[in-house]
Structures are given as structure tokens and as C-alpha cells.
Design a protein around this ligand. Structure first.
Ligand code: NDP
Length: 253
């Protein structure tokens, strides 16, 4: 089944760390380097390291790296223009870039944080999807994988803004899937529970000890677990849509 992925072009947002980075590796492993990857994020230095590591492990791999802050929606079209010709025929879009807020009661959340979460998790994702969709429509093929969350199904106190953003993402994703029902464009949403990445450190404003407490006494999933599911879902037979993949560690309530 994985041969279906050979020589495809995959565009990953937020590829500099965590699930996005692991997804780049998983596509490389699954195809033994017979893949083209567009890797974007804000931290280009991380992308450069990733590119070097991928190239040295798989000399046949083709990678393009570029700085893209998805929360700046006006930068999306200029970014896409920088993609070299041989990467332009995108087959798989992995909308992975995302951000959470630290545990915050509604009364104490700052407007700028609300804006940032929605610009990143919702508006940016929608804008990128809109920009790539014409490529998929023109060839009546393509996969869109959106990183939702268990938070988009089961809201929790202190998580109002993040949960609301992932609910919005889920509504957008489901509407889009229904809009595209008679096409060969697949829309997939992966909804992880706790995954140990930098996510929890970012969420705790860089406080690693606080972040580690999130996982205390538990065994969270790791980024590779989610990356495997992303690759699996995009390597099914064309008529098979894994619409929603809710996945959490067995000890998560
Ligand atoms: P990490 O914090 O480890 O990585 C987040 C990635 O997103 C980084 O590569 C970061 O790159 C990128 N990113 C953040 N903001 C932006 C932005 N404005 N523009 C471009 N890239 C951005 O988190 P995860 O890998 O864990 O998270 C990935 C996705 O999975 C997110 O959508 C998250 O909501 C979702 N998820 C994670 C869970 C978890 O427990 N870890 C659970 C459920 C869902 P850079 O900073 O270089 O821009």
C-alpha cells in the first residue's frame, strides 16, 4: 500500500518540531526516500537541520524548506510562489501547525492570545487549504490532513480558546469533506489526545518543569505514533477515506 505514496509531493506546515517533523520522517521512511517534501515553519534553522538529516539518510529524497508563519495569512500566497516548479504539483497537504494557550480561565485571557490561537489554528489553516485546493481540483486528486484534537470534541476547563479553535477546525474540515464528496479529494482529520512534544512546553510559556507535570504518571503518545497514522491514512486505496482518527493514550481519561 505504501507504494501508492512513491514520488508524491507532501506539504507539511509546522515541520520544525513535534508531529510535523515526525511526519516528514515517516513519509521518508515509508517510501525509502522516494518522496518530495515541502517543509515549512517559522524556525527555518530547525528545518535546515531536518533537511540535512533527511538528505543524508535518503539521498534520493527531494526537500524544499521555507519560512511560513501560518498566522500571517497574507504571507501564504507569497510563500507558495517561492516553491520550485518540481514541488508545485502538491498531492498531500498536512495542516499540522498549531498552538495552544496555557491553562487560562476565560476572564483572564488576553485578546492578543485569542487572536494568535485563532489566526494559527483556524484562519491560517483555512487560508492554506483555500490556496492549495485549486491544485487538487485541477487534477481531481489530493489529500488534506488536518490536525484536530480530542479538544475539538471534549472541551475542558481552562482550555476554552484552544478547544474552540479545534471545534472550529473540525466544523471546517467536516464541511469541506462533504463539499468534496463526489470528487477524489480526501479530507482527513487526525484528533490526538496527549502526545509528548514541545507543545506542552510552548503551552506553559517555556516552563519545562510545568510541562513535564502534564505527563506525570502517564504514558503519553509520541509524535511518531501520530505521524504513522497520517502516513497510513494517506496511503489507503483511493476510495477509502479515514475521515476522523481519534487517538489517545490508553491511560488518558
Ligand atoms: P509542537 O509545539 O511540538 O510543534 C508545533 C509546530 O507547529 C512547530 O513545528 C511550530 O513551528 C509550528 N507552529 C506553531 N505556530 C506556528 C505558526 N504560527 N506558523 C507556522 N508554524 C507554526 O506541537 P505538536 O507537534 O504537538 O502539535 C502539532 C499539532 O498537533 C497542532 O496542531 C496541535 O494542536 C495538534 N495536537 C497536539 C497534541 C499534543 O498533545 N501534543 C494533542 C492534540 C493535537 P515553529 O515554532 O518553528 O513555527
Amino acid at each position: 500500500a505504501l507504494t501508492r505514496l512513491a514520488n508524491k509531493t507532501v506539504f507539511i506546515t509546522g515541520a520544525s518540531a513535534g508531529i510535523g517533523r515526525a511526519t516528514a520522517w515517516e513519509y521518508a521512511h515509508a517510501t525509502e526516500g522516494q518522496i518530495k517534501l515541502i517543509l515549512s515553519a517559522r524556525r527555518v534553522e530547525n528545518l535546515k537541520d531536518l533537511q540535512d538529516e533527511l538528505n543524508s539518510k535518503y539521498p534520493s529524497i527531494k526537500t524544499f524548506i521555507g519560512k511560513l508563519d501560518v498566522s500571517q495569512k497574507d504571507s501564504i500566497t507569497p510563500f507558495l510562489k517561492t516553491i520550485p516548479e518540481e514541488f508545485k504539483d502538491i498531492d498531500i497537504l498536512v495542516n499540522n501547525a498549531g498552538k495552544a494557550l496555557g491553562n487560562a480561565q476565560v476572564g483572564s485571557i488576553e485578546t492578543k492570545d485569542i487572536d494568535e490561537i485563532f489566526q494559527t489554528n483556524v484562519i491560517g489553516l483555512i487560508s492554506i487549504t483555500q490556496a492549495i485546493l485549486p491544485i487538487f481540483k485541477a487534477k481531481n486528486a489530493g489529500d488534506i490532513v488536518n490536525l484536530g484534537s480530542i479538544a475539538g470534541k471534549d472541551p475542558y476547563p481552562g482550555g476554552s480558546i484552544y478547544c474552540a479553535s479545534k471545534f472550529a477546525l473540525r466544523a471546517f474540515t467536516e464541511s469541506l469533506r462533504k463539499e468534496l464528496i463526489n470528487t477524489k479529494i480526501r479530507v482527513i482529520e487526525v484528533q490526538p489526545g496527549a502526545v509528548e512534544t514541545e507543545f506542552s512546553i510552548v503551552r506553559n510559556y517555556g516552563d519545562k518543569s510545568k510541562a513535564d507535570k502534564v505527563y506525570e504518571g502517564r504514558e503519553p503518545l509520541i509524535a511518531e505514533d501520530i505521524a504513522e497514522l497520517i502516513v497510513f491514512s494517506t496511503s489507503r486505496k483511493q476510495n477509502t477515506v479515514l475521515a476522523e482518527l481519534l487517538v489517545f493514550p490508553s491511560d488518558q481519561a
